[in-house]
Design a protein around this ligand. Structure first.
Ligand SMILES: Nc1ncnc2c1ncn2[C@@H]1O[C@H](COP(=O)(O)OP(=O)(O)OP(=O)(O)O)[C@@H](O)[C@H]1O
Ligand SMILES: [Mg+2]
Length: 301
């Protein structure tokens, strides 16, 4: 029986898709039979894996709506052991179409029952919202990975996300838990990145992955070539980090789960946002932001 992990954060552009593509590619490299489901109508994971999102006939939308079978929506990914279910703009309609359906939160879960038997790991790239699509992903999932960008507003809206995870656990999917928090786009030259890392680690403790993903030009280029980083530039810093992150995630499997207990999370979150605000409302913030503007880490340097 496989495990379903949703990459979720309603905030846009935090590294959900980049993490979903590269973690699933490295899981496949580690000989885990892996499926990546693109559940975002933007279809960035689909194009990032080298597939043409404009020509998708049968993908996540058709699976969700019962218009295609599990076997019909599966396509081969760019590496061995990796399959994909593609997204397309049609999926945007699902958000509205689901509203009037019965058991609307359980559609994806029900459609993944069979596939769960066939894969070791299923990763879901969620859209940047907390609507019905994301709800379907959280109900279908065993656990959640939250990517957080190392920037000033990283934790904005996190209480809302944790609240949603807590409510889903309470009412719709009591096995759901927080798998881990991955810090992305870190620029280690700035004090801001250091502060964000420190604060996130202070509150999420061992739920934050030790492997932090740096800001990397190669990582931002790879989707334009439709390739996971391992096929675009496997020696780049970004590739090495995602490889180590995938190993870290895998090494934590089988350990006792940290329950996404709603009350505990709420208590944590209230403290989290207050404390972070206090730490970062400092005069030097302006200086850090300017430093950030200087440039990115070049993988080749
Ligand atoms: N570590 C990184 N270094 C540099 N650029 C990155 C890195 N991670 C992601 N990016 C770039 O940042 C942008 C946002 O990343 P990504 O698409 O993974 O975020 P997302 O959370 O999936 O966004 P959305 O909410 O729109 O789905 C993309 O252009 C991506 O190529
Ligand atoms: Mg995305």
């Amino acid at each position: 029986m496989g495990k379903i992990i949703a990459l979720c954060n309603q905030k846009g552009g935090v590294g959900k898709t980049t993490s979903a593509i590269n973690i699933s590619a490295y899981f496949a490299l580690m000989k885990k039979k892996t499926l990546l489901i693109d559940a975002d109508p933007q279809a960035n994971a689909t194009s990032g894996m080298g597939l043409d999102k404009k020509s998708v006939q049968k993908g996540t939308y058709e699976l969700l709506m019962g218009l295609a079978s599990e076997q019909e929506v599966l396509v081969k990914g760019p590496v061995d052991n990796l399959d994909m279910i593609q997204s397309s703009v049609a999926l945007a309609g699902a958000e509205i179409e689901l509203v009037n359906m019965s058991a609307r939160e359980f559609k994806l879960r029900d459609r993944l029952q069979q596939l769960k038997q066939e894969y070791d790991y299923i990763f879901i790239d969620c859209p940047p919202s907390l609507g019905l699509l994301t709800l379907n992903c959280l109900v279908a999932a065993d656990s959640v990975i939250i990517p957080l960008q190392c920037e000033y507003y990283a934790l904005e809206g996190l209480s809302q996300l944790m609240d949603t995870v807590g409510l889903v656990k309470q009412a719709l999917n009591n096995k759901l838990y927080l798998e881990g928090v991955v810090l992305t786009m870190a620029d280690f030259r700035t004090r801001l990145t250091g502060e964000v890392i420190k604060e996130v680690q202070a509150f999420f403790k061992d739920r934050v992955y030790k492997t932090i993903i740096p800001r990397s030009i190669r990582l931002s280029e790879a989707p334009g070539f439709g390739k996971p980083i391992m096929l675009y530039d496997k020696l780049s810093v970004g590739a090495q980090r995602y490889k180590v992150l995938a190993k870290e995630i895998l090494s934590k499997q089988g350990q006792p789960e940290v329950a996404a207990d709603k009350q505990a999370l709420e208590a944590e979150n209230i403290g989290l946002e207050t404390q972070l605000h206090r730490t970062l409302t400092q005069d030097e913030l302006g200086e850090d932001v300017n430093q950030e503007a200087v440039g990115n880490i070049d993988d080749q340097s």
